[in-house]
Design a protein around this ligand. Sequence first.
Ligand SMILES: [Zn+2]
Length: 343
Amino acid sequence: MSGATEVLVITSVDELPSALSRVQVSSVCAIDCEGAVNASPPELSLLQIATTAVVIVLDLLQLSHGGEDLSTLLSTGELSTRVWRSTALTKVFWDCRGDLALLRANGVDLLQAGYGQVLDAQLLDVMTRSESDQARLDRLHPVVYRGHVRGKPRLFSSVHRLNSLVGALKEHGLAADPECGEYIAARDAVTADFKKNMRFWMERPLSEHAIAHAAGDAVWTLRLWRALAARATQAQLRALPGATLRFDAVARHMLYAGVEELFAQHSLLPLCVLAAPPAGTMGMRVCERGCQRTLPAALVSKTGHLCEVCGGLAMTKASRKEHAKQEMQAECDSIFRSNDSDY
Ligand SMILES: [Zn+2]
């Protein structure tokens, strides 16, 4: 499963103190959650916390089965004092947005003051890329069609593509480790089940693959974090806490503003996350038809009222529609032609 990292699945409240005391001795841990993210309100199933020595998988459904309130369990007691409120323990996520939303819906807001540092390794992956502008643009395909990018590369001057956890493990050479191969295989098996059943994580018993996937998400986030942090500059590491806050704030804005799914759920990095936009409204423009954020005017088209990210997404969606229409037309034409030949 996760090789050298011991996996502890916690199903009873009595097991929590000794498991959490093992996390407490570390200075950094990786955190991941599983659940029904799109349910309203979002539902939590598992909470995984990995250090270099151990990964604990808290089965929150089982833990709250004995009548324990989940919000109380998560926001008070052992978990709160030993993990959340421990300022000595840095919490690392891979794409913090969904996990922080799941935790927030259950009474834990990790970005409040006094909760210790929260860092997003997915952002550090983008920050530490040392590639040409062309390589950055090449990554955008197929989220933005290559033709659109090639035609007007200046329209995508600040757009970055986010990496998936597995994508980054492969890119940084960690996937060559046989343990990582086992984790990816478990993940693939679970993804196939999840596609058939969106409430997969809310059902019990969980398969061995499901536990391996959940534990591995946290374990490999931590290992990747260590690799990325080792090559990051001090300036990049100093910029990361602010970038993580903005990444979460943008996701919350999209949710509250009711932004269309096309502009809210994609793998492009929202603009002005890595570096803060200038303060005030001077020289700013609203991406009215897309993410509805107020951004530097140079990044938002004057006529289309779309920012560089939303503009690329809208163009690609329109091209896909046009392509589908042409295919349908070609199919109709061929049916007519075959009918013609009958007469
Ligand atoms: Zn936008």
